[in-house]
Design a protein around this ligand. Structure first.
Ligand code: GLN
Length: 489
């Protein structure tokens, strides 16, 4: 079925004329409607997508083919899109129409792709379950009573359910990798700065990074090559040449040294997930890699350090939503202060307010040294730990999430429990390293993800390792059974 194919397969089908881009897009639009209850999308761009598909078919006929011509891609609703609503999952931006496209959106469109829609997400990307979205929770296509993970939950569920060929996501503390794990897809968070943040609504600027969410590592390599690269509009964006990641894919794992950190397998990791990860490690060994235990002594402080740094940056980034220039404005304000106060109180959801308050607190005089400075020092120690580890190994392997997808509503009251969902992913953000999640099996019929963490700008290394694994196994070819009864729920 065309909606279950990878981008690479779809490009081949389009080339040989097995189906047209119009047919492919129509099929996705039909499925999006049929599986509306999953709530993956905040905006579906039916009309423009079908038009772009028809244009793509014409272009292909005339031999004008780009690397993604005719492929329908969804963007997380955190990327600004010209003339189309960009909400960041918040009521605050419910009526925000950006006057420009994000660099990522421009680059993907320039490659010939079709923007099929904007995907649901946790409000301002704060969350691990997609339940903080003003537009409602997203259902996991593997079990609709469960969360898809977050904050890129809409993107992950849309790719898993076959509603688009691939999607973009953003990852500040795990938001590409954790939902990818829970939905059984491949998700890559590149090195900090590898992809421009311009036009990506800011959460925590020193951690935020965009990346591809796809069916296969090969598709992730294809998309990364198109999304990455210097951007004069983002001064933190890395200007180094973008390698041809597809060329890396056939590097064998013969002689590769894989680091395994014992802390990743401490209490808290579900037993069946651990078993599945050990099985995956054996495959990597069969493919010629050797494993080695490595120490990351400060990794245990990553969650507390992140929950000081990320809210601190969020509190400053979100100060721009004051009801004056853009965003939600309360009705009939009595005076200026009343307008600021009520616009922010009414426009933001609870989790966002919690982060703003924590952030404002840790940055305030008297607490700055005790919390913010300490957290930054810990961040450096974590970075140093990885530096040490990469002297001995080529990449690290471990779990992506402590357990498979949990039930909707299960953790909404327990904030700490929710924060701990990113216990394995956050360190890569604090250190700025590339990391990805790939599907490697199931626990109680729910997908389990494996995390691969690479050295700076070594996306090619983890992508090729993932590709070699996917050549040997079929987990990435497993699809949720979306039955008619489920689609009516
Ligand atoms: N779940 C983490 C948080 O709530 C990470 C979110 C993200 O990566 N955007 O902050």
């Amino acid at each position: 079925m065309m909606h279950n194919e990878s981008i690479t397969e779809q490009l081949h089908s389009l080339t040989i004329g097995k189906y047209s881009s119009k047919e492919l897009t129509e099929n996705y639009i039909h499925r999006i409607k049929q599986l509306k209850h999953l709530n993956c999308f905040i905006s579906v761009l039916e009309e423009s997508a079908l038009q772009t598909a028809a244009d793509a078919d014409q272009a292909r006929y005339k031999g004008k083919v780009g690397p993604l011509t005719g492929i329908p891609i969804a963007h997380k609703d955190i990327f600004c899109t010209k003339n189309i609503a960009t909400t960041a999952g918040s009521q605050m931006l419910h009526n925000y129409i950006a006057p420009f496209d994000a660099t990522v959106v421009i680059k993907i469109a320039a490659a010939g792709a079709i923007t099929i829609g904007k995907t649901n997400m946790d409000e301002f990307a704060m969350g691990s379950s997609n339940e903080t979205s003003y537009y409602g929770a997203v259902q996991n296509p593997w079990d609709t009573d469960r969360v898809p993970g977050g904050s890129s939950g809409g993107s992950a569920a849309a790719v898993a359910a076959g509603l688009c060929s691939a999607a973009t996501g953003t990852d500040t503390g795990g938001s590409i990798r954790q939902p990818s794990a829970h939905c059984g897809i491949t998700g890559l968070k590149p090195t900090y700065g590898r992809i421009s943040r311009w036009g990506m609504i800011a959460f925590a600027s020193s951690l935020d990074q965009a990346g591809p969410m796809t069916r296969t590592a090969e598709d992730a390599a294809l998309l990364l090559a198109l999304m990455a690269g210097g951007d004069p509009k983002d001064s933190t964006c890395i200007r180094d040449d973008v390698p041809n990641y597809l060329e890396y894919l056939n590097t064998t794992l013969e002689g590769a040294r894989i680091g395994v950190c014992d802390d990743f397998f401490a209490d808290g990791l579900e037993a069946k997930s651990e078993e599945v990860i050990q099985d995956a490690l054996k495959i990597f060994e069969q493919l010629g890699a050797t494993t080695k235990s490595v120490k990351l002594p400060h990794i245990k402080y990553s969650v507390p350090a992140y929950y000081v740094i990320a809210p601190a940056e969020a509190s400053t980034n979100l100060s721009r939503y004051d009801g004056v220039r853009f965003g939600y404005r309360c009705k009939d304000p009595e005076n200026l202060n009343d307008m600021f106060k009520r616009s922010r109180s009414e426009g933001f959801g609870d989790e966002v307010k919690r982060r703003i308050m924590t952030g404002a607190f840790t940055l305030s005089t008297g607490y700055y040294d005790a919390y913010y400075r300490k957290a930054q020092q810990i961040r450096r120690l974590i970075k140093n730990d990885f530096h040490q580890a990469f002297n001995e190994v080529d990449f690290l392997i471990g779990p992506t999430a402590p357990q498979p997808a949990f039930m909707l509503g299960e953790k909404t009251e327990s904030h700490i429990d929710m924060y701990l969902q990113d216990i394995y992913t956050i360190a890569a953000n604090l250190a700025g390293l590339p990391a990805m999640s790939i599907p490697i099996g199931f626990s109680s019929k729910l997908p389990v993800g494996l995390q691969l963490i690479g050295n700076y700008l070594a996306e090619g290394t983890i992508l090729s390792a993932a590709h070699q694994y996917q050549k040997r196994t079929d987990w990435h070819k497993c699809f949720p059974m979306m039955t008619t009864s489920e689609s009516q729920r």
